[in-house]
Design a protein around this ligand. Structure first.
Ligand code: PEP
Ligand code: MG
Length: 591
């Protein structure tokens, strides 16, 4: 039944690209390939293998062409998405298996290829790792392209020649399709499958088009021509919206647009309170290409470069040279602003499958982060040398995750000294005075902050872990999420102890956990004396906005209240009150 014959209906998915749009829907059904099995005579086998190989060459040319256009129009990071397709296309195991099955079973190429690729897709879709699971979509995309070429099928829609702006709805939107879109004609995207890190999501964000993914059955339930409203803030799509809904969303759109304007006005301004307290506002990144977002959102450098993402979702460890290039690229892009590179924080919920580490009963309390690095001298050495070498360029700092005591800090520092001595002997340049900091994310570290502060140049509070370890509440377990309270008095006291110890010894203290990106908590953190806040690039403008409207004296009064109050919810309510009074426009549009 067409949704047009029904009243208003709301579908919930996952919000992956902010914004609101409304308009007619275009449902894209991927051409369904009819794959007949054909038996071959002995003399046809060689020609069939040739036909299969030709389709691979053709597919490679098409993907490279799409990739070239994407790099031109969107950038290298988006273009890199197609590397996964090209790698799969060149996967010798897959190609040989298809050829073997054409030769041995004497069947046509499309039948053989389809059977093998289905198996690969199913294997990818079944793995635990979210990133690898999403590669199943890449495999489907690639399979469809090869089959198009074998069967000489052309695209059902030529998306380059749309005549009317529309909201695209599809089971999944392949990066190849997304790349062909005329941005002016696409109001938004909605797909049945996908997650926050799916490539459609990444591309939608880069294109600045509102998008909702994970809508499950949307593409079957909607019809082309249905009128819809898509809310990329809250992850919903509403079919046949009533006048009242359209009116409410019109208001929300106006509020968001006026806020976006206010935020862009302060893009180049510092984060300074009304009474003159400067806060260093930086951003968290996981990839050197994220530096563009850091600049675009007006952050003053990187407060946390999570390097472990270079190590996971790949087949082998990155060596010193590869890492050096990555760190150097980030430092060069942001100089003279600082880039704080965190040494490897594998373990907990971040695993590199190729390391094949034994399963642990309590991974968050186990062999993770600095503990793991200290036990893997060659791996640690490669990373330290790469960071040190990158420090010859720009303003590089380094910090260790999960420091629990002085011994670990001393051992890590000894490793650094050894690497420095090697580089000196090899006459390789690096910054002799590279500032080294410790993350404070274990309660023991906060409790001995006084001792640690005498041996490092800065602290960065990893509140995500500090909260989980202090309150014994697994940060990934929904069942205990009610216990995971940033405004618990214990957390506030530990932050205060850390900041006071830093200041007593003349060093600075920042926060790089998620609370640094929550504007409700900004006044509290500043009142507690935090010098630096590091958050995801897109939320940096909001934090800057509230800092610039805040009085340090009011923030300090809030912190004083929080330090003597016993109730997390009362503290949170006071935080909300001051944040809302300080920057009402940040909060009025939250739905
Ligand atoms: C933290 O624990 O707050 C932090 C920033 O590190 P991660 O989230 O990477 O563990
Ligand atoms: Mg952490």
């Amino acid at each position: 039944m067409s949704a047009q014959t029904k009243g208003e209906k709301l579908f919930r998915g996952i919000a992956v690209s902010a914004g609101i749009c409304r308009g007619k829907i275009l449902v894209l059904h991927r051409a369904r390939h009819v794959i007949a099995k054909r038996e071959l005579s002995d003399q046809d086998v060689a020609a069939e293998v040739g036909r299969f190989e030709k389709s691979l060459v053709q597919t490679r040319q098409q993907i490279s062409e799409v990739q070239r256009k994407v790099v031109e129009n969107m950038g290298t990071k988006e273009g890199d998405i197609f590397e996964a397709h090209l790698l799969m296309l060149e996967d010798r195991m897959l190609v040989d298996e298809v050829i073997r099955s054409i030769r041995e079973q004497k069947v046509n190429a499309e039948h053989a290829f389809h059977a093998v690729s289905e198996r690969y897709t199913a294997a990818l879709a079944g793995v635990d790792d979210e990133y690898l699971r999403e590669r199943a979509d890449d495999m489907r995309d690639l399979t469809a392209r090869v089959l198009d070429n074998l069967l000489e099928v052309r695209d059902e829609f030529d998306l380059r020649h749309l005549t009317e702006p529309c909201i695209l709805v599809s089971r999944d939107l392949s990066p190849s399709t997304t790349a062909q879109l005329d941005k002016k004609m696409i109001l938004g995207f909605a797909t049945d499958v996908g997650g926050k890190t799916s490539h459609t999501a990444i591309m939608a964000r880069s294109l600045g088009i509102p998008a909702v993914v994970g809508l499950k059955t949307a593409s079957d339930e909607f019809d082309t021509g249905d009128y819809a409203l898509l809310d990329g803030y809250n992850g919903t799509i509403i079919i046949n919206p009533t006048d009242q809904t359209l009116f409410e969303y019109g208001q929300l759109s106006r509020i968001k647009a006026s806020l976006a304007e206010k935020l862009s006005e302060i893009q180049g301004q510092p984060a300074v309170t009304l009474d003159g307290k400067f806060i260093h506002l930086s951003a968290n990144i996981e990839d050197p290409n994220d530096t563009r977002a850091v600049i675009r959102h007006g952050a003053e450098g990187v407060g946390l470069f999570r390097t472990e993402f270079l190590f996971i979702s790949r087949a082998s460890l990155p060596g010193e040279e590869e890492q050096y290039k990555v760190y150097h690229q980030a430092a060069a892009a942001l100089k003279p602003n600082p880039v704080i590179i965190r040494t490897l924080d594998l373990g907990g919920d971040k695993f590199a499958s190729h390391l094949q580490l034994a399963q642990e009963m309590n991974p968050f309390l186990g062999w993770r982060a600095i503990r793991f690095c200290l036990a893997q001298p060659e791996m640690f050495r490669a990373q330290l040398r790469a960071i040190l070498r990158a420090s010859a360029e720009g303003n590089v700092k380094m910090m260790y995750p999960m420091i629990s005591g002085l011994d670990e800090l001393n051992q890590a520092n000894a490793f650094v000294e050894k690497c420095k001595a090697e580089l000196r002997a090899e006459k390789i340049p690096f910054d002799e005075k590279i500032p080294i900091g410790a993350m404070i994310e274990i309660p023991s570290a906060a409790l001995i902050a006084d001792a640690l502060a005498q041996r490092v140049k800065f602290f960065s509070i990893g509140s995500n872990d500090l909260i989980q370890y202090t309150l014994a509440a697994d940060r990934t377990n929904e069942k205990v999420s009610h216990l995971y309270e940033p405004t618990h008095p214990a957390i506030i006291r530990l932050i205060k102890m850390t900041v006071d110890a830093a200041h007593k010894h003349g060093i600075w203290a920042g926060v790089c956990g998620e609370i640094a990106g929550d504007p409700t908590l900004t006044p509290l953190l500043i009142g507690l004396g935090v010098d630096e806040l590091s958050a995801a690039p897109p939320v940096v403008p909001q934090i800057k906005y509230i800092v610039r409207r805040l009085k340090l004296t009011e923030a300090q009064a809030l912190a004083e209240f929080a330090l003597q109050c016993e109730s997390p919810s009362e503290i949170y309510a006071r935080c909300q009150k001051l944040a809302c009074e300080t920057a009402p426009s940040l909060f009025e549009s939250k739905t």
